[in-house]
Design a protein around this ligand. Structure first.
Ligand code: FAD
Ligand code: EPU
Length: 331
């Protein structure tokens, strides 16, 4: 048995019957060839999982490394990245080369291989905006497969790998196309204000990255000090009709327009309005600077955090008639 406490950013206790570190595609293929078929749980940085219980099968810790340029034109560069690379270190590497596209996704914890699972997003950009393809190995057959962006069926915090492909593949390599004459995207959130405050009127991608890091550090808890997995729930996308009814009752409700005439409402606002912000249930809490983040205040179990999440979902449903969807992968 191996303790998973330091392998998940919630810092909750769980035991893996066995843990194997995967450093190459060949090692994984050999493992799948030589062992009896059994369930596996793949872990990258453990920054988007909640262990309600211990996993039943072996944990495969993804540490496949490598960053290479696979294609380059005068305007674009396509890179292939080992799925076990750290996401933020990849972002910093692209910034060193002045390749644009990932700067708004600075400081997101975890590995490159987990990024396509929920199509990571922040500050108006999603992984899908630079993604061109990935390589994966099917765990049952040991077959290598290539997925295009279309195959991945990306949506808001969603992909094929969270639906029909859930738990079936080990993503080994991700391909992204970046811009050599980057344009900045500062339309979202507080980026503009942070740049203005620093007297930057012609921001570079490096400036945008620094602004994003600053904003994130001011409202999101650092898992090194407070256990968490970022947003616990997705922001709900409501039908126009349901939103209009809510807005009539709560005229101040923040909202953003989403595809298919739907309206996205910040779950953090709904949770805060229910009085949860800064509240605790035993050792589990609702973060006092960002109500969408559930935290381990010290010694919480996965079950305790899950019970708090259930209570929050119930009160949001009662007050607003909105059913929150969990974003974190619950084991
Ligand atoms: P893990 O937690 O290890 O795994 C997540 C899921 O993916 C699991 O189901 C796992 O089995 C599966 N998986 C992992 N690697 C592979 C692989 N190679 N092949 C197949 N399946 C795999 N997310 C955002 O989108 N935007 C944010 O702004 C954001 N901010 C965050 C802030 C904080 C403080 C924290 C703690 C988390 C935040 N997250 C955010 C969530 C998290 O960082 C991302 O989901 C990240 O991509 C998870 O990477 P990981 O390697 O830690 O994945
Ligand atoms: N809000 C509140 N109270 C709160 C928190 C938020 O009222 O306690 C309202 C405010 O109106 C605020 C709005 O919600 O303006 C949006 O808040 P914020 O900018 O903090 O973003 P978010 O919608 O809560 C999303 C992502 C984050 C991502 C940020 C920035 C989801 C589920 N979450 O959070 O992603 O970093 O936007 O783009 O979409 C993650 O997925 O783990 C994550 C952290």
């Amino acid at each position: 048995m191996t303790s998973l406490k330091t392998y998940n950013t919630f810092g909750v206790e769980a035991q893996a019957p066995e843990m194997l570190t995967i450093e190459s595609e060949d090692q994984l293929l050999e493992l799948l060839r030589t062992r009896a078929k059994r369930p596996y749980l793949i872990l990258g940085g453990g920054s988007n999982v909640l262990f309600r219980q211990s996993p039943s099968g072996a944990v495969l810790l993804n540490r496949i490394k490598g960053r290479v340029v696979v294609e380059e034109t005068t305007t674009e560069v396509t890179i292939g990245v080992g799925a076990g690379e750290n996401w933020h270190e990849l972002v910093l590497w692209t910034l060193e080369h002045n390749w644009g596209g990932l700067e708004n996704l600075s400081l997101i914890p975890g590995t490159v291989g987990a990024a396509p699972i929920q199509n990571i997003g922040a500050y108006g950009v999603e992984l899908k905006d630079t993604f061109v393809g990935l390589e994966a190995i099917e765990l049952r057959s040991g077959e290598e497969q290539v997925f295009s962006a279309e195959d991945c069926a990306f949506g808001y915090r969603d992909s094929y790998f969270k639906r029909a492909g859930r738990g079936k593949y080990f993503i080994t390599r991700v391909y992204l196309t970046l811009q050599k004459q980057p344009l900045v995207n500062i339309s979202y959130g507080a980026i503009k204000e942070v740049l203005q405050a620093a007297n930057i009127d012609q921001p570079t991608i490096q400036d945008v990255s620094k602004a994003v890091v600053k904003i994130r550090s001011s409202k999101l808890p650092d898992p090194a000090f407070i256990g968490n997995a970022g947003s616990f729930f997705k922001n709900p996308e409501l039908e126009a009709e349901q939103f209009t009814r809510l807005q009539a009752e709560y005229p101040q409700i923040p909202h953003f327009f989403a595809p298919a005439s739907r309206v996205k409402v910040p779950a953090g606002w709904l949770i805060e309005q229910c009085g949860w912000k800064g509240q605790r249930r035993g050792n589990a809490g609702c973060y006092d600077k960002q109500a969408l983040v559930l935290v381990n205040l010290g010694g919480a179990t996965g079950a305790e955090i899950w019970a708090l999440a259930q209570e929050i979902m119930e009160t949001v449903k009662m007050k607003f008639g909105v059913v929150l969807e969990v974003e974190v992968n619950v084991i």
